[in-house]
Design a protein around this ligand. Structure first.
Ligand SMILES: Cc1cc2nc3c(=O)[nH]c(=O)nc-3n(C[C@H](O)[C@H](O)[C@H](O)COP(=O)(O)OP(=O)(O)OC[C@H]3O[C@@H](n4cnc5c(N)ncnc54)[C@H](O)[C@@H]3O)c2cc1C
Length: 456
C-alpha cells in the first residue's frame, strides 16, 4: 500500500505526517522520510536521484517570504476511486512524470511567481519534456484530464497557460488549419518553442461574444485587415502567435486568423491588477489595421458554430481544472486539520472539521467521477456542449465551496498565500467565470432541458 507525505504548515512545530489513502486521517506505519536542513520532511515519495533541477533564475531567493512553502502530495481521492487503474502502464508513467515535475519544478516557485504576477517561462517550456502536449488532440482524453488535475493542483495559472496554448491555440490550428499552416506553425508550438494565445473575448462583449463580436476582418486582395480590441487574452503579452477571431465586414461569417504578435498595428497591455490566476499573463489587445495574408486565415472556420466546437473541449478541460483545485484545497486542509491544535486537541479531531473535510472529499470525488464519464464521452464522440456546460457550471460551483471550506479550516492563515489555501481560494474565482461564466453554462443546460433560451 503506498503512502503519501504531508508536511505541516509553518505555524507550529515541524513534524512530518504520513497517512494511508484508505484511512486519510489515520496514522501510517511507514516511517517518515529524511529531513532536510530546515527540518522539513524531504519528499519520500519521489525518487531524489531523478530530481529535475530548477534553473537558478527560476528559483525564489532565500529572502523570498514563500521560499519555504511546504510540499503536499496526497492522492487519496483518485486512489479512493481507483482512477489510476483505468490507465495502462505507459500512461501511468506519464502521470508520475507530471507529478514529479509539479513537485520539483512548479510547487517550489509557484507562490513567489503568483505574488509577483510573473510567468515562469522556463518552467512552462519544461512541460514539453513530459510528453503531454497534444494529448487531447491524440484522443487521450482521460490522461489529458488527469494531467490537467496535477497541473492545476500545483498551480492553476500554469495549467491555464498550458490549456490556452495546447487546447485552444494549437487545437484551433490542428482542427481548422490548412496543411501548410499545420506544417508552418505546429512543430514549434508543439515543442513549446513558441507560445500561442486564443483571442475571442472583447472589452464590451464577454458572455454575448457569439452575437456581439465587434472585431472586424476586411478582405483586401490577398490580405485581410483586422481592427478591434480583445480583452482578457491569456498569454496575450508573451505569445508569439495568437488565433484572433473576427467578424467579416458586411457578412455573417466569423474567421480565425493566426496573427503574429510583432505585426504592425498590434499592441498588448498586461492586466496586472488581478486577485486570481496571477501567473497567467492576461492582456488587453488592440488591433489597428493589422494586415495578415490569406495564408494565415484558418480555412476550416466559417461561423461561430466552429468556435463552439473548440469551446466544448475547453470547457471540459476547465472541469478537470476544478478537480485539481479541489485536490489542492484538500492537500492543505487535511495537513492543517492534523497539525493545528486548539483546546488541546488537533482541530481535525473536532466533528465540525471532519464534516468540512468529508464535504470537500465528497465534492472532489463526485467532480472527478463526472469528469471520467466526460472523458469517455469525448472518446466515443458523444460529448456535447450541454454536457460540457453541466460539468463546467456544477463543478466550478463545487470547487468554490471546496476552496472556501479549505480556506476556513486554515483559520487566519487561510488568507495568507503561503498557507496554500488562499491561492486556491482566489484562483477558483477565475475558473468560476472563464470559459463561460457559471450563469451562462447554466443557461445552456436550462435551454436544453426546457427548449426555452433565457439568454436575453
Ligand atoms: C483569468 C481569465 C482568463 C481568460 N482567458 C481568456 C482567453 O484566453 N481568451 C479569451 O478570449 N477570453 C478569456 N477570458 C475571458 C472570459 O472568457 C470572460 O471573462 C467570460 O466569458 C465572461 O465574460 P465577461 O468577463 O465579459 O463577463 P460579462 O459577460 O460581462 O458577465 C458579467 C456577469 O453577468 C452575468 N451574465 C451575463 N449575461 C447574462 C445572462 N444573459 N443571464 C444571466 N447572467 C448573465 C455573467 O454570468 C457574469 O456573472 C479570460 C477571463 C479570465 C478571468
Amino acid at each position: 500500500m503506498s503512502c503519501s507525505t504531508v508536511d505541516h504548515l509553518r505555524t507550529g512545530p515541524a513534524p512530518s505526517l504520513r497517512f494511508c489513502p484508505t484511512d486519510p486521517l489515520g496514522p501510517c506505519e511507514t516511517p517518515a522520510g529524511p529531513r532536510d536542513d530546515d527540518g522539513d520532511a524531504a519528499m519520500s515519495v519521489l525518487d531524489q536521484s531523478t530530481a529535475i533541477p530548477a534553473p537558478a533564475d527560476q528559483s525564489p531567493s532565500s529572502a523570498d517570504p514563500v521560499a519555504d512553502r511546504p510540499t503536499q502530495q496526497t492522492h487519496y481521492v483518485s486512489e479512493l476511486l481507483g482512477v489510476e487503474n483505468l490507465l495502462d502502464a505507459s500512461d501511468r508513467a506519464v502521470l508520475d512524470r507530471v507529478r514529479r515535475y509539479c513537485e520539483e519544478r512548479i510547487r517550489p516557485v509557484a507562490d513567489a511567481f503568483w505574488l509577483r504576477g510573473e510567468f515562469p517561462r522556463e518552467v512552462f517550456t519544461g512541460l514539453h519534456e513530459l510528453g503531454i502536449v497534444g494529448l487531447g488532440s491524440r484522443g487521450q482524453h482521460l490522461l489529458a484530464g488527469l494531467v490537467t488535475i496535477e497541473l492545476a493542483r500545483a498551480d492553476l495559472s500554469l495549467s491555464t497557460a498550458f490549456g490556452v496554448h495546447d487546447g485552444l491555440h494549437v487545437g484551433a490550428i490542428s482542427r481548422y488549419g490548412s496543411a501548410d499552416q499545420k506544417e508552418r506553425f505546429l512543430p514549434d508550438a508543439q515543442a513549446l518553442r513558441t507560445l500561442g494565445a486564443f483571442a475571442l473575448t472583447e472589452p464590451d462583449s464577454g458572455s454575448d461574444i457569439s452575437r456581439s463580436m465587434t472585431t472586424t476582418a476586411r478582405r483586401n486582395g490577398d490580405q485581410w485587415v483586422l481592427n478591434g480590441r480583445k480583452h482578457w487574452i491569456g498569454n496575450g503579452t508573451i505569445a508569439d502567435n495568437l488565433v484572433v477571431w473576427a467578424a467579416v465586414e458586411g457578412e455573417k461569417a466569423v474567421h480565425g486568423f493566426i496573427v503574429p504578435s510583432d505585426a504592425p498595428g498590434y499592441s498588448a497591455v498586461a492586466i496586472d491588477d488581478k486577485i486570481s490566476a496571477r501567473i497567467i499573463q492576461n492582456a488587453e489587445i488592440e488591433l489597428t489595421d493589422v494586415r495578415v495574408g490569406e495564408d494565415r486565415r484558418l480555412p476550416g472556420v466559417m461561423t461561430f458554430r466552429d468556435v463552439n466546437t473548440l469551446l466544448l473541449h475547453s470547457r471540459i478541460w476547465v472541469g478537470w481544472q476544478t478537480v485539481g483545485l479541489q485536490f489542492a484545497a484538500l492537500d492543505t486542509a487535511i495537513a492543517r486539520a492534523r497539525t493545528r491544535s486548539q483546546f488541546g486537541r488537533p482541530i481535525g479531531s473536532f466533528q465540525l472539521t471532519q464534516e468540512k473535510l468529508a464535504r470537500m472529499i465528497g465534492n472532489a470525488s463526485s467532480s472527478l467521477s463526472l469528469m471520467i464519464q466526460l472523458a469517455r464521452a469525448q472518446s466515443d464522440g458523444t460529448a456535447t456542449i450541454e454536457l460540457a456546460a453541466v460539468a463546467k457550471s456544477s463543478l466550478s460551483l463545487r470547487a468554490r465551496e471546496t476552496a472556501a471550506l479549505g480556506r476556513e479550516i486554515s483559520g487566519g492563515d487561510g488568507i495568507r498565500v503561503r498557507s496554500g489555501a488562499a491561492k486556491v481560494f482566489a484562483d477558483t474565482e477565475a475558473v468560476y467565470t472563464y470559459e463561460g461564466s457559471y450563469d451562462m453554462n447554466c443557461l445552456i443546460v436550462g435551454r436544453h432541458v426546457t427548449g426555452h433560451s433565457a439568454f436575453e
